[in-house]
Design a protein around this ligand. Structure first.
Ligand code: C2E
Ligand code: CA
Ligand code: CA
Length: 746
């Protein structure tokens, strides 16, 4: 009975332990207690067993003494019984100690390890069929659970990380709303876009809170909290995808998209499209404006004109006044561009645009049509033509005032053509009319002209001549004539001026005064001028060494930066020494007092080329020019010479009053000539009298101290092949005539 009680007790213990172990599989902290608990129980159990063994021994002793007394058989039986009990006790304690207690201790230690997170261990004894085996298997299951849970945790953490990364590296800002219209989640980008502090939209906020916070941070200026709340609520309640542009502040435009979710919430995304919109607006602006000046371009100008015409048609009945179109073209702009370079040209155009803007009124539109062409649409003009005329003269004055560009003092001008609206005219017609008028204005330069019927024909004629002129060079229709310059000190011809002649097959001989201005306006003067220079140098090379050749330079040529190179090349090709070339320039060259022109003239002068001031007295005649540049020669304009006594006009004068007028003019002219000569002498510049037609003028020129004379009295311009004969004849006959001072040579 002791043995069966013992066994029962042990069974109870094992089942209790199993329960404990099972429970420990779910509760780590309890698992940690198992080891101690088990030890205690084993201790109790051992003590019990010891007590049992002791009591058995006592009982055996008393039974033994009884048996000695009773019978040998009984004594034997008792001895067997005692031995059996001792054996069982021994076996029991060995079994508990060896095969149960130790594995259980190991398993409980393992549970501690597992609970602490160490899953890298093998669970022994799972093969055992007894209770310890069951325990080991339970621990194995616990271990597997631990491993699975750790893996699940890891993968959840990884997923969370990826989700966070994706959420915050999105280009769009995002707000996720729950089904109850409460903020669930806001990504960092949202705050960046709208410029609110990170995290200020906390979970659980309602549309009204969000509206308040947004407005508090300066968004939706001018909108009330109620309006913004209403908007958010409307989007959240729409139940369908929505996207639209929203100006959240003057400097922030977003593309807002809302996508409803299955649970009743919604995802709102915000894309910052401010820059995109600005760029688009800029592209639209650029398509209709000039990049350099910011003025409207031809496209916008035409649109505006169309609108004006339409308004005019509608307003006609109401008596709205007509409007006008002005076409402007800058004079001498190309020269500035050629000499100072494009950046300077650009800067000049910008300054011109500013001045034009200052001249017009608010309703008027100024456009840059291209290059140096501008146009203005005048808003309805109650004053009609007089208004347009007064504006045009203001524009001319404003544009002609000097400019300061990159340290250069620049003077340009403008010519203006004006067309007024007429019933039935298209915008293209009006522009064309203003353009035709511009052509007329450009002939004079620095002025304006209204379109008049018949101007068209004049323009056609000019365009026709321009076209012919373009071909004339290739077709060899030009030739040079030479007019002698007679040196009064040496009494011989020391130079000839090259004068261009155009023999047109259809127009006959065209005077240079007629086609040179046209060549200048069209830019053809550059190739024509080059031809003159090269031809003159080449022909002069055949003349005697003491005879120079004088070549006229147009103001356009002097602004071409290749001029020095061209002169050098022409001289070299012809084999003509530099000192035998004279270049005649007019005052207009110096009007544009740019350093570039001065440098160019000095370079030519330093090369040995002589530079003459042509037609002196007709332009501004500023004496400062003469001081600023070392001219070799001043050519006194023929208007002064013809005014001298003995001029053609004076000899033909009949009435007394007329004679008196001529006498006054003559003494004036003589005074001027003397003054110029005196000035020249002071500056070491020689003087030439131009247009000497009579013996008296010849004598006067000599008397007044001129060094040289030129004019029909000496000889008209003659073709190149007559030059040698002419020189010989003049040198033979002129000295005697000069001394006599009478009768022109034949
Ligand atoms: P310019 O340089 O003053 O040339 C002198 C002009 O006066 C020439 O007219 C000449 O024929 C004319 N002339 C000469 N002596 C007399 C005279 O005694 N009385 C009168 N009334 N006139 C006289 P042309 O050849 O018709 O040339 C006119 C202008 O055309 C020139 O004036 C010059 O400015 C320009 N020109 C001529 N050839 C060229 C050229 O090759 N290049 C450039 N850029 N201009 C030229
Ligand atoms: Ca000349
Ligand atoms: Ca001249």
């Amino acid at each position: 009975s002791v043995a069966s009680r013992l066994r029962q007790e042990f069974d109870d213990y094992v089942s209790q332990f199993r329960d404990t172990a099972n429970f420990a599989a779910y509760d780590a902290s309890y698992g940690a207690l198992i080891a101690g608990g088990a030890n205690e129980r084993f201790g109790t159990l051992r003590a019990d067993l010891d007590g049992l063994v002791q009591s058995l021994a006592q009982r055996r002793a008393s039974l033994a003494s009884d048996a000695v007394r009773d019978s040998v058989a009984a004594q034997k039986m008792l001895a067997v019984l005692g031995l059996g009990a001792t054996l069982i006790t021994l076996l029991g304690s060995v079994a508990v100690g060896r095969s149960i207690a130790r594995p259980v201790l190991r398993l409980t230690a393992m549970m501690n390890q597992l609970a602490a997170g160490d899953t890298e261990l093998a669970v022994p004894g799972t093969q055992r069929r007894d209770e310890v085996g069951a325990m080991a298997r339970a621990v194995g299951v616990f271990r597997a659970n631990q491993v699975a849970r750790r893996e699940a945790e890891l993968s959840l953490r990884r997923t969370n990380f990826l989700f966070d990364a994706a959420l915050n590296s999105m280009l769009q800002g995002m707000i996720v709303w729950g089904p109850d219209q409460q903020v669930l989640l806001v990504n960092n980008r949202f705050y960046e876009i709208v410029g609110m502090p990170q995290g200020c939209l906390t979970t659980g906020l309602k549309p009204r809170d969000v509206a308040e916070i947004a407005i508090g941070h300066g968004l939706h200026p001018g909108s009330s909290v109620a309006v913004i709340t209403g908007k958010i609520t409307a989007i959240l309640s729409a139940g369908c995808p929505m996207h639209f542009e929203q100006e959240m502040s003057p400097s922030l435009v977003v593309q807002l998209a809302s996508q409803p979710m299955a649970n009743g919430g919604a995802v709102m995304t915000f894309e910052d499209i401010t820059e995109k919109r600005q760029k688009e607006a800029q592209i639209v602006f650029m398509a209709r404006h000039d990049a350099l000046t910011g003025l409207p371009n031809r496209t916008l100008f035409k649109e505006h004109m169309e609108a004006m015409l339409q308004a005019g048609e509608q307003g006609e009945a109401a008596g709205t006044a007509a409007f006008g179109v002005l076409c402007l073209d800058l004079d001498h702009f190309k020269e500035v561009n050629d000499t100072l370079g494009h950046p300077a040209g650009d800067e000049l155009l910008r300054q011109v645009a500013v001045r034009l803007r200052d001249c017009v009124r608010d309703g008027d539109m100024i456009a840059r049509l291209g290059g140096d062409e501008f146009a203005i649409v005048l808003a309805s003009q109650p004053g009609g033509a007089p208004d347009a005329a007064s504006l045009a003269s203001r524009l001319v004055a404003s544009v002609s005032a000097p400019y300061e560009v990159q340290g250069h003092n620049i003077v340009i001008g403008t010519s203006i053509g004006i067309a007024l609206s007429d019933p039935g005219l298209s915008s293209a017609d009006m522009l064309k009319r203003a353009d035709v008028a511009l052509y007329r204005a450009k002939e004079e330069r620095g002025t304006f002209a209204f379109f008049e019927p018949g101007m068209d024909k004049h323009l056609q004629a000019r365009l026709g001549m321009e076209a012919d002129l373009r071909m004339a060079l290739q077709r060899g229709e030009f030739e040079l004539n030479y007019q002698p310059l007679y040196n009064l000190a040496q009494d011989r011809v020391t130079g000839l001026e090259a004068l261009i002649r155009w023999n047109s097959p259809t127009r006959g001989r065209v005077a240079p005064t007629e086609f040179i201005p046209l060549a200048e306006q069209s830019g053809l003067i550059i190739p024509i001028g080059e031809w003159v220079l090269r031809t003159a140098c080449a022909e002069a090379a055949a003349w005697p060494d003491h005879v120079r050749v004088a070549v006229n330079l147009s103001v356009i040529q002097t602004r071409n930066r290749h001029l020095v190179g061209l002169v050098r090349d022409a001289l070299e090709c012809a084999g003509l020494p530099a000192h035998r070339l004279e270049l005649e320039i007019t005052e207009s060259v110096l009007l544009q007092d740019t350093e570039a022109v001065m440098t160019m003239l000095r370079t030519l002068h330093d090369m040995g080329v002589r530079v003459s001031m042509d037609d002196f007295g007709t332009g501004y005649s500023s004496l400062s020019y003469l001081r600023r540049f070392p001219f070799d020669k001043i050519k006194i304009d023929r208007s002064f010479i013809s005014d001298l006594r003995g001029g053609a006009g004076a000899s033909e004068a009949s009435g007394d009053a007329t004679a008196a007028t001529f006498a006054a003019a003559a003494s004036n002219a003589a005074m001027i000539v003397r003054a110029i000569v005196g000035l020249g002498e002071n500056l070491g510049i020689s003087t030439t009298a131009e247009g000497v037609e009579t013996a008296q003028q010849f004598a006067q020129a000599r008397q007044n101290g001129c060094a040289e004379v030129q004019g029909y009295f000496i000889s008209p311009p003659r073709p190149a092949d007559e030059v040698m004969d002419l020189l010989r004849r003049l040198d033979a006959t002129l000295p005697a005539i000069a001394r006599r001072g009478v009768a022109a040579p034949a």
